[in-house]
Ligand binder design. Structure first.
Ligand code: AMP
Length: 220
């Protein structure tokens, strides 16, 4: 049984954290365009150089650039039996490009999980978020604290605040979500198998809700 998933929702909805849980549990890759772009920025490769100025402002990186990144990632052997797309698609053009790309390999998306999240929760999560400067693993100062303050449990590296998690940039990211990404909900309600969950729940509670959806949909 394949499990090709899209996690859709605003920044701070918990998509990344839930993707990590699902990826470990079902042994399918977590493909996050944000993570791929951040790594490219750190390495200063051409993709990162092109993306950085948009990311710093909380704007979307142009569709052609991110779509190419995803089409490449989906070609990997890892993604054959399923994948979790986190942070892609974020515009209608990206969603259409994804459909076209998957239809070429006679494939499609099995389930779109929409994380409906209140702005207060999203802002609280983003402002408390800390990420590992080396492996990128996510923490939260209150909700998911590391064992030792400021240090990654997994690799021992220093935790930092993402530059785009600063208050002003967060506000812009939420605005960009409202105007450019939210219309995808209607697109997938018409075209795909979209299920709504509450992104305000904590990680374990939400996993249980998602697991129930998987069972109902015969995905797990
Ligand atoms: P994220 O980690 O998903 O919050 O993404 C961080 C930033 O990377 C976003 O604010 C955008 O600048 C960029 N980005 C990530 N995914 C996309 C996408 N699908 N389309 C355009 N820009 C993206």
């Amino acid at each position: 049984m394949s499990m090709r998933l899209i996690l859709l929702g605003p920044p701070g909805a918990g998509k990344g954290t839930q993707s990590d849980v699902l990826s470990r549990r079902y042994k399918i890759p977590h493909i996050s365009t944000g993570d791929i772009l951040r790594k490219a920025v750190i390495k200063e490769v051409p993709l990162g150089v092109k993306a950085k100025s948009y990311m710093d402002k909380g704007e979307l990186v142009p569709d052609e650039i991110v779509t190419e990144v995803i089409v490449d990632a989906l070609k990997s052997d890892d993604a054959k039996k399923g994948f979790i797309l986190d942070g892609f698609p974020r515009t209608l053009n990206q969603a259409i490009a994804l459909d076209e790309s998957l239809s070429k390999i006679s494939s499609g998306i099995d389930l779109i999980i929409y994380f409906e999240t209140s702005p207060e929760v999203a802002i609280e999560r983003l402002s408390g978020r800390r990420v590992c400067s080396k492996c990128g693993f996510n923490y939260h100062v209150k909700n998911i604290p590391p064992k030792q303050e400021g240090i990654c449990d997994r690799c021992g590296s220093r935790l930092i605040q993402r530059p785009d998690d600063k208050e002003e940039t967060v506000r812009n990211r939420l605005k960009v979500y409202q105007t450019q990404t939210k219309p995808l909900i209607n697109y997938y309600l018409r075209k795909g198998n979209l299920k709504k969950v509450s992104g305000d729940m904590d990680v374990d509670e939400l996993f249980k809700v998602i697991f129930k959806i998987f069972e109902d949909e015969h995905l797990a």
